[in-house]
Design a protein around this ligand. Structure first.
Ligand code: GLU
Ligand code: ZN
Length: 321
């Protein structure tokens, strides 16, 4: 028998969830629950400025209202792999960073924001600025980093000119060149804050996550994450990125789109009516009739993640009022 699937939902508690977040949560939940798996709730509160515990509590309340209980994790989750708040997991990130340092690929970068954003800075294909490599050692593992600077600055990973190839369940085969699309990405900021790429890999690996269902905006991030899995000696999970929900102008929903926030949705719908609409948007049921997540589990169309392969477009448009 194949191992039990383990999925997770990893919201950032920076505001109320919206239709897009619950679309992802439902698909991730169904995928593992349909195969008798476990679903973990992890709170990604790495950014102390924007994260609030009250938002995390609200996320938990909204998930329970929707009928999406988690098997493991949440604010008070301790076992087996807790704590499940990233703000309480520094020790795990320290360990991961130490292991990456042991590969000789980590160096300190003392550039200021202005240096990194200077005219002529390299860009990824989507326009993001890529670090120009100013502090990059000439060779790996040597003494190329001036010792004066070794204990200061941000931690970056020396990334090879290597293309990561992986098969996304929804979007198919991906070829993403690390150097061109990410460059030497951050592992930890100079102020000590942990970078998303390092934390997400450390957490998913330690929590035994076998499949990641999340928004299409994170598709390319799977490449640096897979690279980190390899450096840390872990087996990467299966990735299924799902379309982003956009308003009719084609703009992705954000926490500022209040008409499709959970607050507004809970005033307009009963939970089964809302789940019915979302399941219909995802192509799981033929009509938007009320249904609970548990009832969807017995629905024949939803057997494995590959059900989602019909969701090819990067976004789904929905009217926001
Ligand atoms: N914390 C991220 C978010 O709220 C999700 C990260 C992930 O699923 O890898 O969008
Ligand atoms: Zn630098």
């Amino acid at each position: 028998m194949a191992d039990t699937p383990v999925g997770r939902f990893a919201p950032s508690p920076t505001g109320r969830m919206h239709l897009g977040n619950i679309f992802t949560a439902l698909l991730s939940w169904l995928s593992v629950k349909a195969r008798g798996g476990r679903w973990i709730l992890r709170i990604e509160d790495l950014d102390p400025q924007r994260s609030r515990l009250e938002y995390a509590r609200q996320i938990e309340d909204d998930l329970l209202w929707l009928g999406l209980p988690w098997d493991e994790g949440g604010i008070d989750g301790k076992l087996p792999a807790g704590p499940y708040l990233q703000s309480q997991r520094h020790q795990f990130y320290e360990d991961a960073l130490a292991r990456l340092e042991a590969t000789g690929r980590v160096y300190r970068c003392t550039c200021r924001r202005a240096d990194i954003h200077a005219v002529g800075a390299p860009h990824a294909s989507d326009g993001r600025i890529i670090y120009n490599g100013r502090c990059r050692p000439k060779s790996l593992g040597g003494n190329a980093v001036p010792s004066l600077l070794q204990n200061k600055g941000a931690w970056r990973l020396f990334v090879p000119d290597e293309t990561i190839v992986f098969a996304d369940v929804v979007y198919g085969l991906q070829n993403i060149n690390l150097a061109r699309e990410f460059g030497d990405f951050l592992l930890r900021r100079a102020d000590g804050a942990w970078a998303y790429q390092l934390a997400v890999v450390a957490d998913d690996a330690l929590m035994g996550v076998t499949e990641i269902v999340r928004g299409h905006d994170l598709l390319s991030s799977a490449a640096p994450q897979i690279y980190l899995y390899h450096l840390l000696g872990y087996q990467p999970p299966v990735y299924a990125h799902v379309p982003l929900i956009c308003n009719t102008d084609g703009i992705r929903l954000s926490k500022r789109d209040t008409s499709l926030s959970m607050e507004a949705l809970r005033l307009r719908y009963e939970a089964p009516a809302l789940i019915g609409h979302i399941a219909h948007l995802a192509g799981i049921i033929p009509a938007p009739d009320p249904v609970t997540p548990s009832e969807l589990l017995s629905c024949l169309q939803f057997r494995t993640l590959s059900t989602l392969t019909t969701l090819k477009s990067p976004s789904i448009l929905v009217p926001s009022s």
